[in-house]
Each structure stands twice: as structure tokens, then as C-alpha cells.
Design a protein around this ligand. Structure first.
Ligand SMILES: [Zn+2]
Length: 246
């Protein structure tokens, strides 16, 4: 297998987040980076899964929300400090300005962001502000487009699924027939569900986006919130969610 799901605890039961790693013999690609300060936790989880975290070659961000991009400044900052190659960073053009720091993160206005950062150790907060300021060089090095194929983990297809954010993407890992769903759906009480309505500004569009997933034969879905959902009928369940009236 060339795909692994990581589980990162946030202290309270049921609030874990689940980034994904795609890998081959030479390199490793991380999908989403946790909250600010999560770099160490992610490296530890990668090592626990039997992989070498020093092989990180690329980071794919499913969207701009803080719990997905929060660890990015640390990954980039540590590479700069060690004079090592920066990992390539992939994101959709619609969410790129927030990830590059040229506009605020849509769902985390500045006061909220500073509250989140205030809780992080001061060095992380400083690194974060430096990396997410408009004066920094762009953090995103590659833009993702709908239908694009990337070689990671033997091959993934990018699926643009706007609604949760304008630039939200899912990835389909072809070898394992796994949908890396980001926040397009969640798993709660063992059940696959639509995205969290409280954090999904365009819920109608988010459901509409799920219809695109019918084109992929999905054996399992990894949701960033809730983790793995495997079933004989993942596609049927997604179709049910997509058909829900709003
Ligand atoms: Zn999220």
C-alpha cells in the first residue's frame, strides 16, 4: 500500500484529525498539516506508521482552513532553517491567497486567528505570522486544477469540490480506490455524512460538488474529521448525501 492515514489527537475524545500520507520508495507527500504547532505531532505519527518523515517532498492542502494549513509555516520554516529543500506546496487557486497570506483566512478573521495563535507557543506564533504575511514569498508553489493527475503514491486524481471553501479539493488515490475527502464530508458515529454545516458557507454547492464523486469507484473514504469510512457501498452513501434537500 502506498497510502497511510495518520490520527492526531487534540486531547478531547472524538476531536482527532486525520491527515493522510502518500508515499513511494523515494519520497513522501503529506495531505494537510494540522493546527499551528502540529509539525512535531505529524512527524511523530509518520514515524510511528513506519515511514521516514525526513523524506517529505510535497504538501497538498485540501483547503485554506486553519486546521489544515496551520502546520505549514513550521514545515517551511524548519526547511529554511536547516538549509534543506522546501517541500513543494500544492493548493487550488481559489484558496491560494489565504495560504499565501495575501488575504485573511475566510473563516478565521484576524481576532480569532490571534486567539488561536496566542495559545500556541510564542516561537510558533512568530513563525506563523512571518510566513503568513503578505511580504513572505508565496507559500504555494503549485496550483491544483480539477481532473489533474499527480504521481503521488502511484497516482492520485484532483477533484475540485467547492462549497466548504471555494478552493476545496478531494483527492482520489487510484491504487487503493481511496477518496481523501478533506472536509467535503465527515464521519460521525461510524456514519458518512455531509460537511459540517456550521463551517460550510455554501452548503448547496458543497452537496452539488459531491455528485462529481460518482465518477470514481470508491472503496473507502478518509475524512479529516472522523477518519476512515470503508463499506461495500461508499458511492451509494455519497449519492444519498448529495441528494439531500437543503
Ligand atoms: Zn477541517
Amino acid at each position: 500500500m502506498s497510502i497511510k492515514m495518520l490520527e492526531l489527537s487534540r486531547g478531547t475524545p472524538g476531536t482527532s484529525i486525520f491527515p493522510t500520507v502518500l508515499y513511494d520508495e523515494s519520497s513522501l507527500v503529506l495531505i494537510d498539516t494540522g493546527l499551528p504547532g502540529f509539525r512535531g505531532k505529524i512527524a511523530e505519527a509518520v514515524r510511528e506508521s513506519g515511514l521516514d518523515d525526513r523524506r517529505l517532498a510535497a504538501i497538498v492542502l485540501t483547503h485554506e482552513d486553519i486546521d489544515h494549513i496551520g502546520g505549514l509555516p513550521q514545515f517551511l520554516g524548519d526547511a529554511d532553517e536547516a538549509d534543506a529543500a522546501r517541500p513543494d506546496v500544492y493548493a487550488h487557486a481559489a484558496d491560494r491567497p489565504a495560504i499565501d497570506g495575501v488575504r485573511p483566512i475566510a473563516k478565521a478573521p484576524e481576532e480569532r486567528l490571534s486567539m488561536i495563535l496566542g495559545q500556541a507557543p510564542e516561537t510558533i506564533a512568530r513563525q506563523y505570522r512571518a510566513m503568513m504575511s503578505p511580504s513572505s514569498p508565496g507559500n504555494v508553489s503549485h496550483e491544483l486544477t480539477d481532473g489533474q493527475s499527480l504521481p503521488f503514491g502511484g497516482g492520485v486524481t484532483v477533484i475540485h469540490t467547492p462549497g466548504h471553501t471555494a478552493g476545496h479539493v478531494c483527492l482520489y488515490h487510484r491504487a487503493s480506490r481511496t477518496l481523501i475527502a478533506g472536509d467535503a464530508m465527515i464521519v460521525s458515529d461510524g456514519r458518512l455524512n455531509g460537511p459540517n454545516p456550521g463551517f460550510t458557507p455554501d452548503y448547496g454547492q458543497a452537496l452539488q460538488s459531491l455528485r462529481k464523486l460518482a465518477a470514481f469507484d470508491i472503496a473507502q473514504a478518509i475524512c479529516y474529521h472522523g477518519g476512515l469510512y470503508a463499506s461495500e457501498r461508499v458511492n451509494e452513501r455519497i449519492a444519498e448525501i448529495a441528494a439531500q434537500a437543503i
